[in-house]
Write a new protein. Structure first.
Length: 135
């Protein structure tokens, strides 16, 4: 029954179980120390939504004397569901090489309408910092 599966589960069942279709197109380019990209996607069955995303990236040979290569990127995504409110997602990411094979990475994201929040509508801010070792 619909009330046991929830609205999304009922739409999956209506769409024929796991036979779901989505389409996407996008592209990007890099020139010298800059890059940019954009994309568009839409789902026809399960989520019935459209997604538009844009992003830019800047590479640095050396951010500070003694440290290695670095990059800084920013992106935005707009989710336009068939039902429910539109959602805007923003992300800022950066990384820097500390030593050969060791990098510090960080991300900050903002959602103006977080479905996973306590009210299901609140904005949210999240971040993560990681130290990666490459072999």
């Amino acid at each position: 029954p619909k009330d046991e599966m929830g609205e999304r589960g009922a739409r999956v069942a209506e769409a024929g179980g796991d036979d779901l279709r989505s389409y996407a197109v996008g592209g990007g380019f890099e020139f010298e120390y800059w890059g940019a990209g954009a994309g568009y996607a839409f789902e026809t069955d399960f989520n019935r939504e459209q997604l538009v995303n844009l992003g830019v990236i800047r590479y640095f040979d050396e951010l500070v004397a003694g440290l290695g290569e670095a990059s800084l990127s920013a992106g935005a995504a707009l989710v336009l569901p068939e039902a429910g409110p539109d959602r805007l997602l923003l992300a800022l990411s950066g990384d820097i090489a500390l030593l050969p094979g060791v990098a510090l990475l960080g991300d900050v994201t903002y959602s103006h309408h977080d479905e996973d929040s306590a009210s299901g509508e609140d904005p949210s801010l999240s971040s993560v910092i990681s130290l990666e070792i490459f072999f």
